[in-house]
Design a protein around this ligand. Structure first.
Ligand SMILES: Cc1cc2nc3c(=O)[nH]c(=O)nc-3n(C[C@H](O)[C@H](O)[C@H](O)COP(=O)(O)O)c2cc1C
Length: 338
């Protein structure tokens, strides 16, 4: 699949997740096989005001590329300079968030609130399209609620306004992240537009990704919660390996992620510890019997405490796996909202 002139080499990529899909996680996912990366949402107003948090979120590794940077906003006068700044900083693609269901965001008219007034949003998209020289993509939901399932109408409008590609997470805003994602809506969008469509929602493996592509006709897939603590979800060669080699590869990816977190957040030890605790907790959740390990990792007061608790669990689990025990599970992250 190409997004505008940018070739995307692979069928699946990491989804944007606020507070999660930051540069270290994106790079480790990319190294495991994610076809490209997308930043978590960056508030356009904060970026234009040079807020340090927004600047931090916009940092990336050149090795991630191609990289889409995602903007959150509802006002062309703010979104246009924000898009120009991201473009100047090296974004290969600018993505607009039209899917965020979080109340404090939609109250400001941002995220999925943009799906409510299609003519007004068309004017916004037109202004952005004029200003953005790189490919321009938009991530949408199925609609506002079950009475307003307008993904097809929105997708047609986006195509007419010159958007290069669309990602569809088919749950409605009111569905948040609960219930199964209705993939049929992805299919409806694929049939309604000619630009590439990326499907998203409840993909937990590359087999799921291929099933979504077969069932909906979408050209590629984004994986969000299915990649938490398992960036190797993008690695299609993993299943063919023997247990020892599989663990070697998973261990290397985990160590790499830890090293990237430590390097990237070296100047912010509190955030560094927060990121370690959060991600290491997810790494444990791929395996049976992780409750005690998580209970030790989450409240850890230092990097060493978190890492010691984590690696002790990891090593025990690896030994059980090498002894032939079925230790791996696919965790349920459905309670997680963003
Ligand atoms: C904690 C969290 C944060 C999220 N943040 C964003 C975001 O910043 N931008 C965005 O477009 N979607 C965001 N999403 C939505 C995901 O990109 C994705 O559409 C959703 O999780 C469904 O895919 P999944 O079933 O593979 O997780 C977030 C989801 C979660 C769980």
């Amino acid at each position: 699949m190409d997004i505008g002139a940018i070739p995307v080499a692979g069928i699946a990529r990491l989804a944007p997740m606020a507070g999660i899909s930051n540069a270290p996680f994106r790079l480790v996912a990319r190294e495991c096989g994610s076809a490209m990366t997308t930043s978590e949402e960056i508030d356009a107003m904060s970026l234009v005001r040079e807020n340090p948090v927004a600047r931090e979120i916009a940092r990336f590794y050149p090795e991630e590329r191609p990289l889409a940077m995602q903007l959150l906003g509802c006002d062309a006068a703010v979104l246009v300079p924000a898009a120009e700044a991201l473009q100047a900083a090296g974004a290969d693609i600018i993505d607009l968030n039209m899917g965020c269901p979080v109340n404090k965001i939609i109250r400001q008219g941002k995220g999925s609130a943009l799906m409510r007034d299609v003519p007004a949003t068309a004017i916004l998209i037109r202004a952005l399209r004029r200003a953005i020289a790189v490919p321009f993509t938009v991530k949408i939901r199925g609609g506002w609620d079950d009475q307003h399932l307008n993904a097809v109408e929105v997708a047609r409008m986006l195509q007419d306004e010159g958007v290069d590609a669309i990602t569809v997470h088919p749950r409605t805003r009111s569905q948040q992240f609960t219930g199964r994602a209705p993939w049929q809506i992805i299919r409806d969008v694929v049939e309604a537009v000619d630009i590439p469509v990326t499907g998203n929602g409840d993909v937990r493996s590359m087999a799921d990704a291929r099933r979504m592509m077969a069932e909906t006709g979408c050209q590629s897939v984004m994986i969000g919660r299915g990649a938490l603590g398992r960036p190797w979800v993008f690695d299609e060669t993993l299943d063919a390996l023997d247990t020892a080699s599989r663990w070697e590869r998973m261990t290397a990816a985990t160590r790499r992620h830890v090293a990237l977190i430590e390097e990237h957040y070296a100047e912010n030890p509190r955030y560094l510890l927060n990121q370690l605790r959060k991600h290491l907790g997810w790494y444990t959740m791929n395996f049976r019997g992780s409750k005690a390990a998580r209970a030790a990792v989450h409240p850890a007061r230092s990097r060493d405490e978190a890492l010691d608790a984590f690696w002790a669990f990891w090593e025990r689990t690896r030994e059980r796996a090498l002894a032939g025990e079925p230790v791996e599970i696919v965790p349920d992250h459905s309670a997680l909202e963003g």
